[in-house]
Design a binder for this molecule. Sequence first.
Ligand code: F6P
Length: 367
Amino acid sequence: MSVEKQKIIGILTSGGDCPGLNAVLRGVVCAATNLGWKVIGFLDGYEGLLGKDTHMDLTLQNTEGVMQRGGTILGTTNRGHFISKTGQGGKARISSEVMEKTRATLARLNIDGLITIGGDGSLATSNQLYESGIKVIGVPKTIDNDLEATAMTFGFDSAVACVADALDRLHTTAKAHKRVMIIEVMGRHAGWIALYGGLAGGSDVILIPEIPFSFDKLTAAVRKRFHEGYPSTLIVVAEGATSRGGREQYRAAAAGEYRLGGVGDTVARELDHRLNKPKLVKEIRTCVLGHLQRGGDPTTLDRILGTRFGVKAVDLIAEEKFGQMVSYQNYQILSVPIASAVRRLKTVPPESQMVETCRAVGISFGD
Ligand code: F6P
C-alpha cells in the first residue's frame, strides 16, 4: 500500500493589507493540518521568497485567534522585485534572476503548492509565476473590490463599514455647524467603496470615477438641499473621481512616487467658489479617510469570506488545480483561472441597480 507523502504548502500575503488576510491564513492552516500537511508562510509578500530565513512555519498554535485581527501576521508589501503591473494598465516582467531564486527557494523547502493572497497587481505576479511553471493558487483580496471574476473580495466589507462609521460621525458635526462635509475615500480607479459606503452612511452626494461629475450639477445639488431646508450636506468622493473632461489627481508621496489623492480638496475649493458668492453655505470642510479604511479588525462577513477562501485554496491544491484563483459567486466559493481575474479592473457599471438605488433615495452623482 502506498503511503501518500505529507504535502508542504507555502503561503504569502502581498500588496496593500486588508482586514481578513489573517482569516485566510487561519483557514488554510486548519484545512491543511486536517489533511496532515505542513504550512510555511513567507514574510513580507513575494519578497519572502528571495531570502534564506524569510519564512516561518504556520501552525494551529501560532494562528490561534488571528482570524479576528486586521493586518497580516506574515507582513506584506506593494513594492519590491515582483511588480507585474505599473500605474493604470502598465505591465512589467519579473526578471529571470528573481524567477530562478523563487524556484530555488520553493525547491529547497520542498513546497508542493504556493498560495498567494493578493489584489490585481499581486495576482498578475501569481499568473507570471504560474506561466513559468510554478504551482500557484490565487486568493483575491482588496478593499477596492476591483477584481474581475469574483463577486466580492474580502476586505471590501470592512472598508465600507469604516466609511459608513465615518459618515455617521460626520453627520452630527456637519448638522451642528450647518457645513458641507466632503469625505475622500480609497478605491483607486473604481468607485465601489464610495458607492457602498456612501449609501450605508446616508451620504447626499457620491462622486465616483465611473460617473464623471459636473461642478455645476454638484453645486446645484447642494444649493437645492439648502433651499429645501437642509443646510448641511455630506459628499463622498472616491480618490479616483474626476470632473467631466478632468483627470485623476495625484499627490507626491515617498521616494518620488505619486499616489491618488487630493480630489476632495479640489471639490471643496470649487464648491466654495460657486456656492459662496454670494455666501450661501457657511463652511466647507474636507476629511481624507486614508488608511483607516485598511486598518482595524475584519467585519464578520470578511472573517467568513476569508476563512472560506482559505479552505477552498487548500482544496484546489489537493485537486492540483494550479493556476486557479478562488472566487465568490452566488454565495458559493468556486474557482476561475487567475488570468481571467487580472485582465482588466472591475469597475462600477454606471447603469447598475446599485447606482439606480442610490438615485432613487435622492443621492446625487453630480451628473
Ligand atoms: O489598493 C488598496 C489601496 O488601499 C487603494 O485603495 C489605495 O489607493 C492604495 O491602496 C494606497 O496604497 P499605499 O498604502 O501604498 O499608499
